[in-house]
Ligand binder design. Structure first.
Ligand code: LHQ
Length: 264
């Protein structure tokens, strides 16, 4: 796939998507937004892709919206419709990541700010380099949270910490983010991608359908009561029970061997 602002490399079941506008700290303009959405859809459709890693080129992960683009539009006296901008861009991106029936890991190599923080939070796991830092950014430019940061951040770090991050706009360093539960693992900068890829290769061998169903279960469980969660689990388990990988898992266990999962 020929992209201009995104690199996509497929290797042994893992697709690595690298946001590639390093001079702009990988901020999203229209091209990067469209290419990232297209890449996510391609990953969803490609049966060879069984895990996705998202990272940034250069010093940072993603600085959110490209503010230069916004200012240019103001300077042309354009009315910038933020609601439409969000609905057509970041909202689609977050929903696409959450509904993608495959594991997605954010390898946060530097700053994740604004919609870039939203992007990291919408991934299933966050691995961070010691250089990573997390910043709400919105208050810094007189905006309210978007890109589902208001949804994910309180759930990941708790309401008090999320509020402090939002009100103060202070960056949270990698090790503090680990202590907050905002990231799953922290690695020295040079180890981030190799260790993330190693982990991603392991997930690419997992029963992919069951992983997709697990995402759906957790997603639903955020919004229902216990009875509703139980009902939905029963529905999803019926689907999981019909997969080839489930049978392989049971057979391998009883035959005392490692399972070979095909993602079916
Ligand atoms: C950037 C950006 C950037 C362009 C760094 N744009 N160039 C939705 C709806 C509609 C409107 C608005 O937004 C949204 C969603 C959002 O995402 S709002 C939040 C937007 N993001 C921010 O406010 C973050 C702004 N950036 C930063 O806080 C810092 O630049 C970070 C923490 C990302 C990096 O800090 P440093 O390591 O100190 O690097 P730097 O500030 O020098 O940035 C490096 C370059 O990247 C620099 O360019 P230059 O030509 O001077 O080297 C920056 O201008 C550029 N850059 N963020 N969002």
């Amino acid at each position: 796939m020929a992209f201009t602002s995104l690199l996509m490399v497929k290797e042994r079941g893992v697709a690595t998507l690298t946001l590639n506008r390093p001079a702009k700290s990988n901020a999203f303009d229209e091209t990067l937004t469209a290419e990232f959405l297209e890449a996510l859809i391609a990953c969803e459709r490609d049966p060879e892709v069984r895990c996705i890693v998202v990272t940034g080129a250069g010093r940072h992960f993603c600085a959110g919206q490209d503010l230069g683009v916004i200012l240019e539009r103001y300077d042309r006296s354009e009315v910038v419709d933020y609601r439409r901008h969000l609905l057509g861009g970041y909202n689609r991106m977050v929903l696409q990541l959450r509904s993608l029936a495959k594991p997605v890991i954010a390898a946060v190599n530097g700053a994740a700010a604004g919609a870039g923080l939203g992007l990291a939070c919408a991934c299933d796991l966050r691995f961070a380099s010691e250089e990573a830092r997390f910043r709400m950014a919105f208050i810094g430019i007189g905006l309210a949270p978007d890109s589902a940061t208001s949804f994910f951040l309180p759930r990941l770090v708790g309401l008090g910490r999320a509020t402090e991050m939002a009100f103060t706009n202070q960056p949270v360093e990698a090790n503090t983010a680990l202590q907050y539960g905002l990231v799953n693992r922290v690695f020295p900068a040079a180890d981030l991608l190799p260790r993330t890829r190693e982990f991603a290769q392991m997930l690419a061998q997992a029963p992919t359908r069951a992983i997709g169903l697990t995402k759906r279960a957790f997603e639903r469980a955020l919004a229902v009561d216990t009875a509703g969660a139980l009902d939905y689990e029963a529905f999803l388990q019926q689907v999981a029970g019909g997969t080839v990988d489930h049978r392989e898992g049971v057979r391998a266990f009883l035959e005392k061997r490692s399972p070979v999962y095909q993602g079916r």
